[in-house]
Design a protein around this ligand. Structure first.
Ligand code: SF4
Length: 496
C-alpha cells in the first residue's frame, strides 16, 4: 500500500454524481455556489443511512473506527487505515479509507478472516440497486489499486422479512450478499470512467447536458434550481398526467417548450382542458360539479382526524419488521365545535391499545371523517384492528366514513399550475396563498418527525424527552389547524 499523499479529485459520492450527470459533477467541482440548499428530505436520508451504518458494525464487533474528524481530513483517515493494516493492529476496521488514482473511498467495514481481507458496504435499503453496484465497483477498484487485495466484497442490506423478537441479531437483520463477480466486471470499466470524469472536471465551462429524467434519477440533483431556471413560464412540465420521458423528448428534441406549442392531440384532450386553462391564465380552475359531489354531505357531523406515524429502519419493538409503519400520535378536531384533542404515545411503549380505544371513542359518532392521505390512515386503522380483535369490526367501519382532503387535488377537481409538486396540507395552503400554521422548524417533513420520535424512544435524558414531546405536540396542533383550513378552502372554492 502506498502512503504517498496526493490531492484526491473524486470520492464515492462525486463518482456517482458524475455517472448520473456529467454537468452535475462539473458544477459541483467548479461552481459549488450554484448548488441548491440541502433539502430536509436529503438531510433526513443521510441521518437514517448513518444510523443503520453504525448499527451494522455489530456484524463485526470490536473493530477500530478510522473515520476522519471532518470530511476534509480524509488523508488522515487513509493514513490511519494503512497503519492499522500494515502493523496488524486489528482484524476489523470501520470506515476504512483508501486512495488510488486521485480517488478516495471509505468502506463501511473491512475485516480479515483466515488472513484474507473482505469488504462490506452497508445500505439502509431493502434491495440492491444498480447504483450500489457501481459504488461497490469503485471501492473495489480503489482498494485493490492501493495495494490491498480483497478476497471478497459484500453488500449488506436490510432483510424486509426480519421480525424482531428480543435483542436484534445483526446477522438476521442484515442480508450479506457477495457481489464480487458483478463488482469485478464493473470495476474493469471504472478506470475509463474515472479518466472521463476527471476530464469533465477540468473543462473550461460546464458540459452541455440538457435537463431530463436523470435530474431526479437515481437521486434529486443539487443543481435543479440552476439548470431549470431557463424553463419558460407556462412550460409543458406544469402539465400533470403525461409521462416525464415523453415531456423531455418534446422539450429537448422537438423544441416544444410551452403548453401552447403542444400537439393538438394533447391540447384537445378533455382531461387536460382545466389544467391548460389554469396554466394559461395562472388562476385556479374549479370543477364545481365534482367538488360539490365530494362535499355534498356538508350538514352531517364532521371530524378531522390525523394519525401520526414513524417507520424505523431497525425495528424498535418486538413483533415489528424493518420500516413497519407504526402510529405514535393522534389528533382530532370536531368541525362543529372546533374542539381539538391530541395524544402522543409514550415513546417507551409499543403501539398501545389505549390510543386505538381513544380513536374509536372520538371518531365513532361522526358521519364524516376528514383525513389527509386515506391510504395511510386506513393502514393505521387496520393495524389497530389487528391489535384489538374485540373491536375489529367497529374500527374497520370507520374507514367507510373517511373522505380524503387530498382528493380535490389528486383528482383535479381544483387545478392550479405546479400542482404535481404539492405533498402536504401546508404546501397546498401556501400555493393558494392561504394562511397556515407554521410547523416547528425542525419538523417540516415527515422524515424529521419520524427521526425525532425514534430519538425519544432511545434517549434517557428526561429534559430532552420532554422538549421533544412538546415540539411534537405543537406539530400535531399546527397540522390539525391546517387540515381544518384546507377543508375550508375546498368549501370556499365551491361557493365561488
Ligand atoms: S439539474 Fe439535471 S442537467 Fe442540471 S446538472 Fe443536475 S442532473 Fe444535470
Amino acid at each position: 500500500m502506498t502512503g504517498k499523499k496526493k490531492k484526491n479529485v473524486l470520492s464515492k459520492s462525486t463518482f456517482i454524481k458524475g455517472l448520473q450527470c456529467r454537468k452535475a459533477l462539473y458544477l459541483y467541482k467548479n461552481r459549488y455556489f450554484l448548488r441548491d440548499p440541502l433539502s430536509p428530505e436529503q438531510r433526513a436520508k443521510f441521518v437514517r443511512g448513518t444510523h443503520v451504518g453504525i448499527f451494522a458494525r455489530e456484524l463485526f464487533p470490536g473493530g477500530v473506527d478510522a473515520s476522519p474528524v471532518t470530511h476534509f481530513q480524509m488523508a488522515k483517515s487513509v493514513e490511519k487505515t494503512r497503519e492499522l493494516i500494515e502493523e496488524g493492529l486489528t482484524d476489523v476496521i470501520y470506515e476504512a479509507a483508501f486512495s488510488f488514482n486521485d480517488v478516495v473511498v471509505a468502506l463501511d467495514i473491512l475485516y480479515r478472516e483466515n488472513g484474507k481481507w473482505m469488504g462490506v458496504e452497508v445500505k439502509s435499503s431493502q434491495a440492491i440497486s444498480e447504483t450500489y453496484h457501481w459504488d461497490a465497483a469503485l471501492q473495489y477498484y480503489v482498494i485493490n489499486g492501493s495495494g490491498l487485495e480483497l478476497d471478497d466484497f459484500f453488500i449488506a442490506y436490510i432483510d424486509r422479512d426480519f421480525v424482531r423478537e428480543g435483542e436484534i441479531d445483526p446477522w438476521k437483520l442484515f442480508k450479506l450478499e457477495s457481489r464480487l463477480e458483478d463488482v469485478k466486471l464493473k470495476s474493469n470499466h471504472v478506470a475509463d470512467l474515472i479518466s472521463e470524469l476527471k476530464q469533465t472536471i477540468a473543462l473550461k465551462s460546464s458540459p452541455d447536458v440538457p435537463i431530463g429524467t436523470h435530474c431526479n434519477d437515481p437521486y434529486p440533483c443539487d443543481f435543479i434550481g440552476h439548470c431549470w431556471k431557463k424553463v419558460p413560464p407556462g412550460s409543458i412540465f406544469l402539465l400533470d398526467g403525461i409521462d416525464e420521458g415523453r415531456l423531455f423528448e418534446w422539450y429537448n428534441k422537438n423544441g416544444i417548450k410551452t403548453i401552447d406549442e403542444l400537439p393538438e392531440s394533447v391540447l384537445l384532450k378533455p382531461e387536460f382542458k382545466n389544467q391548460l386553462e389554469s396554466i394559461r391564465n395562472h388562476k385556479p380552475v374549479v370543477d364545481r360539479a365534482s367538488l360539490a359531489g365530494y362535499l355534498s354531505d356538508n350538514k352531517k357531523k364532521q371530524l378531522i382526524l390525523a394519525t401520526f406515524t414513524f417507520s424505523p429502519a431497525i425495528p424498535l419493538f418486538n413483533g415489528t419488521k424493518p420500516y413497519d409503519i407504526l402510529p405514535f400520535g393522534l389528533g382530532w378536531t370536531d368541525l362543529q365545535t372546533m374542539k381539538s384533542g391530541i395524544r402522543i404515545i409514550d415513546p417507551e411503549r409499543n403501539s398501545d391499545t389505549e390510543t386505538g380505544e381513544l380513536l374509536l371513542k372520538e371518531a365513532e359518532s361522526f358521519d364524516i371523517i376528514w383525513v389527509f392521505n386515506d391510504t395511510l390512515e386506513k393502514a393505521v386503522i387496520d393495524l389497530y384492528a389487528r391489535n384489538m380483535p374485540e373491536k375489529k369490526e367497529v374500527l374497520l367501519a370507520l374507514k367507510s366514513k373517511f373522505v380524503d382532503l387530498r382528493q380535490p387535488w389528486d383528482e383535479h377537481f381544483v387545478v392550479f399550475p405546479t400542482m404535481k409538486k404539492l405533498k402536504n396540507p401546508e404546501d397546498i395552503l401556501t400555493h393558494f396563498d392561504r394562511e397556515f400554521e407554521k410547523l416547528p422548524k425542525n419538523l417540516e417533513i415527515p422524515q424529521e418527525v419520524d427521526a425525532l420520535y425514534q430519538k425519544l424512544i432511545l434517549i434517557d435524558n428526561e429534559k430532552e424527552k420532554q422538549e421533544g414531546l412538546a415540539s411534537l405536540e405543537i406539530y400535531i396542533q399546527s397540522r390539525l389547524k391546517n387540515l381544518a383550513n384546507l377543508q375550508k378552502l375546498w368549501l370556499e372554492f365551491i361557493q365561488g
